[in-house]
Ligand binder design. Structure first.
Ligand SMILES: Cc1ncc(COP(=O)(O)O)c(C=O)c1O
Length: 370
């Protein structure tokens, strides 16, 4: 086998946005587990605490400047999105998302009866003019946004647009669900305010997760909203899973309490930054005709291939070259203008769980296909 054939035969996974094995702090988490299971046995090994492990709720309440009863900790953030959709969406209600958006959220909203409409995403976040036009036609149950280092594009919503979107939510009376699992993984630039910090009318619900900062297998996610909303969702949660998984929530709380989270995030950034740099520079070099969303953090870079790119069966042809891609179409909801969505031209490129060599090789294989 020639060297070329060997390289081709090594599969490169540009599919899932998961942390690599070397990013999982097994030793420290193991100690935290051990400690909470031994020291808080009657709470963490028992049914109860339906709103989530009380010390963790308190830590989150302090961090976000809310009261404990405005925090619900559940089994991963996607399940909380599911509960929220069950609660807010009546059959055939609209939910608006960015276009493209996180594929599993689109599916979750649809499964709960929503008609999901995607509003085009620009370099600096959702197209606010298009959003306003869509709002003149109908007001959604909520608008779902991933404002920081969006999945699937990496784009970040600008400060100006954050203000305008919150104003629109207040004016038209809909909720914004801001989903921020990647927010702390910033490789360049300064943090922008959360949408909830710009909101004075209680229109913003925040959801996030420890999946990308610690471990997805822990299944610890949280939601912040008004006490009334959190009460309602807690009732739904209790009817769905009886009680949350307290040992993992308690281990996360212990990990935070020991001051380990911030250093872990710093070491993740050190691990991911060179991969992010490799992905951005490989795309610029190998796919000069494509439009790349500017990503300053998170797990993904997204590209829109040029109009004349060969996108016919791209996923199938890539697989034959040992490159595994997620079909671009899955990140697209229905268009706001009735036109067919152009998902076949979109490629999501996750960079955290691949080495810089794999990134360069993978992007070059992709360039050879389009
Ligand atoms: C934007 C976004 N929201 C939510 C999730 C789900 O996270 P969790 O593991 O907390 O359910 C993901 C996972 O990739 C994600 O990218």
């Amino acid at each position: 086998m020639s060297t070329d054939q060997k390289t081709q035969s090594q599969q490169i996974l540009f599919t899932r946005g998961v942390p690599p094995a070397e990013a999982l702090p097994a030793e420290d988490l193991g100690e935290c587990f051990d400690s909470v299971v031994r020291n808080d046995t009657s709470v963490v090994l028992q049914y109860g605490q339906q709103r989530g492990y009380a010390p963790l709720r308190k830590q989150l309440a302090e961090e976000y400047g809310v009261s404990d009863d405005e925090v619900l900790v559940g089994n991963g953030s996607l399940q909380l999105q599911d509960l929220l959709s069950k609660h807010l969406v009546n059959e055939e209600d609209a939910v608006f998302t960015e276009q493209p958006s996180y594929d599993r959220s689109i599916l979750t909203f649809r499964r709960n009866g929503a008609r999901v409409t995607g509003i085009p995403l620009e370099e600096d976040g959702i197209d606010v003019e298009r959003l306003e036009r869509a709002l003149e036609r109908e007001v959604p149950a909520f608008l779902y946004l991933v404002p920081d280092f969006q999945n699937p594009t990496g784009a970040t919503l600008s400060l100006e647009k954050r203000r305008r979107v919150v104003e629109l939510a207040e004016r038209y009376g809909f909720y914004i669900l801001e989903d921020i699992p990647y927010r702390k993984l910033r490789y360049r630039g300064e943090d922008l305010p959360l949408l909830r910090e710009l909101d004075s009318a209680g229109r913003v619900i925040t959801v996030s997760s420890f999946s990308k900062l610690l471990s997805p297998g822990m299944r610890v996610g949280f939601m912040i909203g008004s006490k009334g909303l959190i009460d309602d969702l807690t009732g739904l949660a209790e009817n769905t899973y009886l009680a949350p998984v307290l040992p993992t929530q308690a281990a996360v709380s212990e990990y935070i309490g020991r001051g380990m989270l911030a250093p872990n995030v710093e070491s993740l950034k050190e691990l991911y930054r060179p991969r992010w740099e490799a992905m951005t520079s490989s795309v610029k070099q190998e796919l000069p005709g494509a439009t790349m969303f500017t990503s300053n953090g998170g797990f993904f870079v997204g590209v829109m291939l040029p109009e004349d790119a060969n996108t016919q069966n791209l996923v199938g042809r890539a697989k034959e070259q040992g490159l595994v891609l997620t079909p671009g179409e899955s990140f697209f909801a229905d268009s706001d203008d009735g036109e067919p969505p152009r998902g076949e031209r979109f490629v999501r490129l996750p960079f955290c769980a691949v080495t810089t060599d794999q990134i360069e090789e993978g992007v070059s294989r992709l360039a050879g296909l389009v």
